[in-house]
Ligand binder design. Structure first.
Ligand code: NDP
Length: 247
């Protein structure tokens, strides 16, 4: 088991993260199913594969991150792929209607506590997990960091007045723009090392986060394709299933 490459997927107890975990297991990885709720991870881990394990991991909790890093170091001694998938769509009252969420997460009105909550997971969580896992990623012969982002965070696409999606810019899309900036900065910092850093948009997908969209199977395809690219494939890319996306 320890000869297999090792992948950690954060927020993998459901949705797109769970499907990415399944697909990586299919591709021969020992997969760590990150879940802030251990029981939720345990309830799905058997569906991921025989070499999958649940790893308790709340990306907003430094102690939880440190414990996860320790477990991975003691069991595997390295990490080949880190998929920063855990994310939240909003950070306020979960019983609000979609229309209310859309109205209340506009940057002109959003409550700063809600803004902080969304950034805590979608941005600071990614940086904290990545920083903690870097020593383990450095132990892998060729490592990947895949940040699950969104085309709605593309500043270039949002600058185009003919892009209909730009009307949905919000707290969430700003968090993905920040995630893109972090992806690019990390890719530049790690140039010349064995660690490649990528942002991937899974596309609009029907999950607990979004009422509408395609299947999780379709959504997982691009992140998994990028995770499997050879070590000579470059770094600092942003893509979806249709190809390269502009930052
Ligand atoms: P889901 O809501 O189905 O899944 C989100 C996952 O993240 C859950 O496992 C959730 O855990 C976990 N999570 C949330 N906060 C934390 C935390 N603090 N620590 C650890 N795990 C956490 O959403 P999706 O599967 O749709 O989203 C996955 C990723 O894809 C997100 O980054 C999202 O922004 C991105 N994305 C989604 C799109 C879509 O249309 N669905 C489109 C573009 C991007 P729990 O079960 O405990 O809540």
């Amino acid at each position: 088991m320890h000869n297999k490459p090792v992948a950690l997927v954060t927020g993998a107890n459901k949705g797109i993260g769970l499907q990415i975990a399944k697909d990586l297991a299919q591709q021969g990885f020992a997969v760590l199913v990150g879940s802030r709720r251990f029981e939720a991870g345990e309830s799905v881990v058997h569906s991921v594969g025989p070499d999958a394990r649940t790893i308790p991991l709340d990306v907003t909790d430094e102690t939880s991150i440190a414990k996860a890093e320790k477990r991975i170091r003691e069991t595997y001694g390295r990490l080949d792929v880190l998929v920063n998938n855990a994310g939240v769509g909003h950070g306020g009252d979960p019983t609000r209607s979609n229309a209310q969420i859309m109205a209340e997460t506009r940057l002109s009105v959003v409550d700063l506590d809600e803004l902080r909550t969304v950034f805590a997971t979608n941005v600071f969580g990614v940086v904290a997990v990545t920083q903690a896992m870097l020593p383990l990623l450095r132990e892998a012969p060729a490592a990947k960091i895949i940040n699950i982002s969104s085309a709605t965070g593309s500043l270039t696409l949002n600058s185009d007045p003919s892009n209909p999606v730009r009307q949905y810019t919000s707290t969430y899309t700003a968090s993905k723009s920040a995630l893109n900036a972090i992806t690019q900065a990390l890719a530049i910092e790690l140039e010349g090392t064995r660690i490649k850093v990528h942002a991937v948009c899974p596309g609009l997908t029907a999950t607990d986060m979004s009422e509408y969209g395609g299947s999780v199977e379709e959504a997982a395809r691009e992140p998994v394709r990028v995770a499997l690219l050879g070590s000579d494939s470059g770094t600092g890319t942003f893509s979806n299933a249709q190809g390269a996306l502009p930052w």
